[in-house]
Design a protein around this ligand. Structure first.
Ligand SMILES: Nc1nc2c(ncn2[C@@H]2O[C@H](COP(=O)(O)OP(=O)(O)OP(=O)(O)O)[C@@H](O)[C@H]2O)c(=O)[nH]1
Ligand SMILES: [Mg+2]
Length: 316
């Protein structure tokens, strides 16, 4: 059996096309879906609701002669509060770190709105090689795809490749991965080839609990909830996880708990399954619902919840 890369000294790590790939796009274009497909692993939260991703997430894709470090970012959107600002700062940092920018566009929606314009401006201002990706090929027609291409392409350098994919289908990603490979600089791998992410497990776990909230709770409520992991312990092959769901008002707390506690039980059951898959071990999950007035407007709270770029939360 060959020696796993992670225990070889870094000077023996392979050489190849190596670098950061920022996933840029308005909410709901399929950035997190693409990350999960590339990794063949459900790392990033995905939902049909916009603004699912709240923090930057790194996914390491290692293959023969390439290590692409995908940076999944929150969708580009307008919004003036501290949470929106923190999310957009996450986008800016990813673009700053990127060697290649993947501009994800979604032809199911007519282009040209303010968010699309902002995405285009950010892509151009990054001064990095851009790949224009038209996603959701499985549910869009040539006319819709052309409308989106015609909006973005004239604003991008003429050499920008245009790639059609369905992020849900890994088999459609070959041309995109080839376009990324040819634009990444050459150098030694930066991470062990068997590593999927550098994001700490508790943050990935918080996003997966958020995915359950987006699935089970309607309207704007999931956006008013922050998931804070209070404890994440390994005990006798089992994970003991305790999380607080911070809501902004008492009325929201009542909905999250539900009649006779039915909703919070459903949230816990669904979240336990996702967390057990993430940890590869059975999970004991305690969930608490707490009213934290206007947490979205409070930078200290955002820092405590690990939602400010560069902050990792309380780290307990
Ligand atoms: N039919 C179809 N649906 C897709 C495809 N890619 C993504 N989706 C769906 O689009 C929705 C949004 O996907 P996400 O991956 O959460 O989008 P995102 O760009 O990460 O969104 P934010 O995190 O809000 O910025 C989900 O319901 C996905 O299942 C695709 O290729 N085809
Ligand atoms: Mg996302």
């Amino acid at each position: 059996m060959s020696t796993p890369l992670s225990i070889k000294p870094p000077e023996e790590w392979p050489l190849g096309h190596v670098g950061f790939v920022a996933l840029l796009g308005r909410p709901n274009t399929g950035k997190s879906t693409l990350l999960n497909s590339v990794l063949d692993y459900h790392l990033a939260a995905v939902s049909p609701r916009p603004q699912t991703t709240r923090r930057r997430l790194l996914g390491v894709y290692s293959t023969d002669g390439m290590q692409a470090l995908f940076l999944d970012t929150p969708g580009v959107h307008a919004g003036g509060g501290p949470l929106d600002e923190a999310m957009q700062e996450g986008v800016r940092r990813a673009l700053h770190d990127a060697d290649v920018v993947v501009l994800m566009a979604d032809p199911t929606r007519l282009p040209g709105q303010a968010e699309d314009q902002k995405v285009l401006e950010l892509a151009v201002a990054a001064h990095k090689p851009v790949i224009l990706v038209l996603n959701k090929r499985d549910v869009t027609n040539a006319e819709q795809q052309e409308a989106v291409r015609a909006f973005f392409a004239p604003g991008l350098p003429p050499e920008t490749p245009v790639v059609h994919i369905s992020a849900l289908n890994k088999g459609s990603l070959g041309p995109l991965l080839a376009a990324i490979r040819s634009r990444l600089p050459e150098g030694p791998f930066l991470y062990p080839a068997d590593m999927l992410t550098d994001t700490i497990e508790r943050h990935v776990g918080a996003e997966l609990i958020r995915e359950v909230l987006l699935d089970l709770l309607s309207a704007e409520l999931p956006h008013a909830i922050a998931v804070e992991i209070e404890a994440w312990k390994e005990l006798h092959d089992q994970r003991e996880i305790s999380a607080v769901l911070h809501v902004e008002r008492d009325s929201q707390k009542r909905i999250v708990i539900g009649e006779g506690g039915r909703m919070i039980k459903q949230i816990r059951d669904d979240a336990k399954k996702k967390l057990a898959e993430l940890c590869g071990a059975p999970v004991h999950l305690d969930l608490w619902v707490k009213v934290s007035d206007d947490w979205r407007k409070n930078k200290n709270r955002l820092g405590e919840f690990g939602l400010l770029p560069g902050f990792s939360g309380k780290g307990r």
